[in-house]
Design a protein around this ligand. Sequence first.
Ligand code: OMP
Length: 214
Amino acid sequence: MNKSEFIEFIMQAGVLKLGEFTLKSGRKSPYFFNAGLFNTGGQMAQLAKAYAATIAESKLAYDVLFGPAYKGIPLAATTSVSLAQDFQHDTPYAFNRKEAKDHGEGGNIVGHPLEGDILIIDDVITAGTAIRESMDIIQANGARPAGVVVALDRMEKGQGEKSAIQEVEQQYGIPVISIINLNDIIEYLETHNQANQAILDSMKTYRAQYGIVQ
Ligand code: OMP
């Protein structure tokens, strides 16, 4: 699936929405990517294959795929299936519980232990807050972050003037890769006449206000 096909796929699934949304960061956005709306096996299979292809193409070296609760859990599980089936790479995967468990198996990591170099798999990066929480979990388990893969890079400023991704890359010394980014969406909407001028204008205004300087 190329970038245009991926954008078509997320629009058809209703995962990419145009309108007015308030983000976790408080920013008011003309678009929103809701990965929670992928809700069939067929959609998850396509999504997982797109993540797996992005990971395989990046040639990133890592030991364990880590999906932060909750939305990262099905992403890590299904992407590891696609990596094994479609890319002949049997990858260990893990996820965390949000609630600590003090009986039974104990601990708050499920799946493979967090050992060695960890590739975080998540839905979206905006200001980078969610990614930082994963870094803390990885470090608390004595492992090292190897990289981050997300479906959508919103290409926004982080805590300062730099992009959220640059901040994460510099602070942790790891690459952040994505299936698509905001520029891909705007280009797709323009070339496929999928949005009226007012929506396109508001997306460009948003990009000028919160986007990274390129
Ligand atoms: P940051 O933690 O600011 O990087 O925002 C990323 C998180 O915000 C994601 O993991 C989502 O929980 C949520 N989010 C979306 O799911 N889709 C969007 O398009 C934008 C956000 C957001 O609130 O920024």
